[in-house]
Design a protein around this ligand. Structure first.
Ligand SMILES: NC(=O)c1ccc[n+]([C@@H]2O[C@H](COP(=O)([O-])OP(=O)(O)OC[C@H]3O[C@@H](n4cnc5c(N)ncnc54)[C@H](OP(=O)(O)O)[C@@H]3O)[C@@H](O)[C@H]2O)c1
Length: 360
């Protein structure tokens, strides 16, 4: 198969490196172009990274000698590729403008950034939950005046440990959710080397994260209405997001009440049997089982469970009845795989399978 050529915008960063690693030997996509800031432009990828390689696996040979381009050199980057992944760190307005500029060159953008998550005609997709939101792309293309260029985004890393299971339980109508997230430092693009203050420490603030954790699930659970996505109105979610001394893996401690309270057995059955379009279509990165339930009292644990289904799955444990709410449980997901680059790769696979991303 002739692979689709891909650019990674922000390819030198933490999420960008994860894209580059995940796409090594990908059956459909091939990284042919990498772009970053003017600081990196003109250097080989290996030189631009220098000592900043943050992945456990070595840098793929095929990308080492790619000459890094400047993200702002839109035409020059776009003409080389069929579509791009975006993981640049710039201001929200700059990211909005640059992603739209790429889309207008007829180059689809699958973004990890939050800038366009609330643009009314940009789909924010968890492929197992709301693949049908891709249909809003037609309205977006009309607005942008494009025939194949568009932007699609994935949601924030914090919601992946609890939003999928709430969706798997939708027939029981979750009404109220209280969630506390315990978030890894890689979610801030950091390792312990870059952020030594995080060793033996907890920081009870992650800028903007609580609003995202409360609101983004509702847009994912929403539906298309004309030229926009209308968010769902339930469940009501309140959250606290806390940075903890963990490299990879966001844990969530969750309380939930339902309009139709189910038994514990029903909840477990629904979550482990839940699957969606990625499993039906056999997408290359799709986890075989999206959500696993662990019976042991001391699971899920970051050390044991973060890489479940190569980091594309979600682990749930400690489901039990609560005194104030109906149930409580603990969830875990990999924040830079399912929560960032991997979630975007799965989204791009879905968009290719549905014919939105094609060869130029
Ligand atoms: N880490 C996560 O788990 C996660 C999850 C969800 C969303 N995000 C979001 O994804 C984005 C990237 O995150 P990250 O953790 O990978 O950040 P990062 O490690 O700091 O990487 C930032 C990337 O953006 C590039 N960049 C910075 N300033 C630029 C400029 N003025 N023009 C062009 N490129 C520029 C950098 O290039 P140079 O190397 O040349 O400086 C680098 O490639 C951020 O917006 C972040 O909020 C991250």
């Amino acid at each position: 198969m002739d692979k689709l050529k891909v650019a990674v915008l922000g390819g030198t960063g933490m999420v960008g490196q994860r894209f580059v690693s995940l796409l090594e030997n990908h059956p459909w996509f091939e990284v042919t172009t990498i772009a970053a800031s003017p600081r990196s432009a003109g250097k080989t990828y290996e030189e631009a990274i220098g000592g900043r390689w943050k992945m456990d696996t070595p840098m793929p040979e095929a990308v080492k000698n790619i000459i890094v381009k400047d993200v702002s050199d839109v035409e020059n980057v776009a003409k080389e590729v069929d579509f791009c992944f975006s993981a640049v760190d710039m201001s929200k307005d700059e990211i909005k403008a640059i992603e739209e500029a790429y889309a207008k060159t007829e180059t689809p953008v699958v973004s990890n950034n939050s800038a366009h998550r609330w643009t009314p005609d940009v789909p924010m997709i968890i492929p197992e939950i709301n693949p049908e939101h891709a249909e809003i792309i037609e309205a977006q293309k009309k607005r942008l005046g494009t025939t194949r260029g568009f932007i699609a985004v994935k949601p924030n890393c914090s919601i992946q440990s609890y939003a999928p299971v709430l969706y798997a339980w939708r027939e029981f109508e979750p009404t109220k959710v209280v969630v506390t997230t315990y978030q890894a430092i890689s979610g801030a693009g950091k390792t312990f080397k870059d952020w030594p203050e995080m060793e033996h420490n907890i920081i009870p603030f992650i800028s903007g994260e609580e609003e995202k954790s409360e609101k983004e699930p509702l847009r994912i659970f929403g539906h298309i209405e004309g030229d926009h996505i209308e968010p769902a109105s339930a469940p009501l979610i309140t959250s606290q997001c806390i940075r903890v001394p963990i490299l990879n893996g966001h844990t969530a401690a969750v309380f939930v009440s339902f309009a139709k309270k189910p038994s514990k057995e029903e909840l477990i059955k629904k979550m482990v049997e839940f699957s969606g379009e990625p499993q039906k279509l056999g997408l290359p990165s799709a986890p075989k089982q999206f959500i696993q339930y662990l019976e042991e009292d001391n699971r899920p644990q970051v050390q044991l469970d973060v890489d479940y289904e190569n980091g594309f799955g979600v682990s749930i444990g400690r489901l039990r009845e609560d005194t104030l709410f109906d149930y409580k449980f603990v969830g875990l997901s990999h924040n830079t795989v399912r929560g960032a680059a991997g979630g975007a790769v799965l989204c791009a696979e879905l968009l290719k399978a549905k014919g939105y991303i094609t060869k130029k």
